[in-house]
Design a protein around this ligand. Structure first.
Ligand code: GLV
Ligand code: MN
Ligand code: MN
Length: 406
């Protein structure tokens, strides 16, 4: 009998097994942040599920988890994604790629398939950067794209350093950093991911291969003014950084809007000290900016910085803009992409505005991505969705690809 994809209660069984882990009671969806209880529960689940499949599980120097089918590397075919989420994120962003990879291996194993080269499923740590601020932290560390000292010094909202959080979970800070042994085992990396926009809805297709990723990054905007009393300070006497930041945020949107299809977002803001009857001293807003090419994104951010500075000055405040992370534009290997697309019956290619560990890996090893249709067209939100049929199609696609590669 041909093995079939494991399904429970209308979901891939793996997704069903973690459906209650890290639910976010405020927004809905999931909050699963690196080295916090929900994410640790997912790590334990991954180790257990991979173990059930007969895979050998290990955690690397940077906190990424690997489940090996056969002897580890070299020239391994590596599938995988991440298990952490944005605050109140969807069910599929990350876990779909991990579950689908395990399910594809399960199908091959049940069919008695014997691989002729090593194969692994990887779970990259802190892909969203939701706790420590830098996205794809695990893959950046592994590839040397971020210095270990800088990564270790990143702090979360409670002032806990990444180095300390990692140490508390068995990752010695002195071991953080470029991991040539782990990287050197990867012959090819393939990340399956829920699509995060409307591309596949518009194409009326369940699956696509990725063609490119926008250049993107994160910047901190600190607006400083004069902290003062909400009742005793006349309106004309104020240098209010909250007002300056609000004007700056409107300017962020305006800067992106005049540049075609650029994207600029302020999704997080904080006021010091943050009191209802206190004019703040400093307001910090975090900018996420994206455009097609590296220069386009740099130009967008320069324009935003100029506008924000001018708006702040008009309120008697100052603004400083500091880069926190940068990811250059990615063009996925066209030969590999074409080969995958044709192996899967000529599926379409789609660009994406979302960042991925695959984007980090693409600078080092042959890398490709598969997207699964998202009928809501919405992501980084509880509304993110994928139908059972499409997720099963994703698993079957990975299985077919593995049969060709292994
Ligand atoms: C991650 O999903 C990102 O695009 O920021
Ligand atoms: Mn995401
Ligand atoms: Mn993701």
């Amino acid at each position: 009998m041909t093995p079939t994809v494991a399904v429970t209660a209308g979901r891939l069984t793996g997704l069903h097994e973690i459906v209650d882990v890290g639910r976010d009671s405020r927004r809905g969806g999931y909050s699963r942040h690196v080295f916090q209880p929900a994410e640790l529960e997912l790590r334990a689940w991954f180790a257990e599920r991979a173990g059930r499949l007969g895979l050998h599980v290990e955690t690397d120097r940077n906190g990424n988890m690997w489940a090996w089918w056969g002897e580890p590397g070299p020239d391994a075919v590596v599938l995988g994604s991440h298990l952490d989420s944005v605050p109140g994120g969807g069910e599929f962003d990350g876990p779909l790629g991990v579950v689908s990879a395990l399910d594809a291996i399960a199908l091959l194993r049940a069919d008695g398939f014997a691989p002729s080269r090593p194969c692994a499923v990887v779970v990259f740590a802190e892909e969203e950067g939701s706790r420590f601020g830098v996205a794809c932290l695990g893959s950046r560390l592994m590839t040397g794209a971020i210095a270990p000292d800088r990564a270790g010094a990143l702090v979360d909202a409670d002032g806990i350093a990444f180095a300390d959080a990692a140490a508390a979970h068995g990752i010695p800070p002195r071991h953080l950093g470029r991991d040539d042994a782990a990287l050197g085992r990867i012959g090819l990396f393939l990340e399956l991911h829920v699509e995060q926009g409307r591309g596949l809805i518009d194409l009326d297709a369940p699956l696509a291969v990725a063609s490119s990723i926008l250049a993107h990054g994160r910047w901190r905007i600190d607006v400083a003014g004069e902290g003062n009393h909400a009742g005793a300070t006349r309106m004309a006497d104020r240098r209010d950084p909250m007002v300056a930041a609000a004007r700056g945020i409107i300017a962020v949107r305006a800067a992106a809007a005049v540049r075609g299809d650029d994207r600029a977002t302020v999704g997080r803001i904080s006021a010091v000290p943050g009191g209802t009857n206190v004019i703040p001293s400093v307001v910090t807003a975090w900018l996420d900016a994206r455009s097609a090419g590296d220069d386009d994104t740099r130009e967008l951010v320069a324009d935003i910085a100029a506008r924000v500075t001018a708006e702040a000055a008009d309120e008697g405040c100052t603004a400083t803009v500091t880069e926190e992370s940068w990811s250059g534009a990615v063009q996925f290997d066209p030969v590999l992409r074409e080969a995958l697309a044709s192996r899967l019956g000529g599926i379409p290619a789609l660009p994406t505005g979302a960042g991925h560990d695959a984007g980090v890996l693409a600078a080092h090893v042959p890398t490709a991505m598969l997207f699964v249709r998202n009928p809501s067209g919405v992501s980084h939100s509880p509304e993110e969705h994928a139908t059972l049929d499409d997720t099963v199609a994703g698993v079957v696609a990975l299985e077919q690809v593995l049969r060709g590669l292994l």
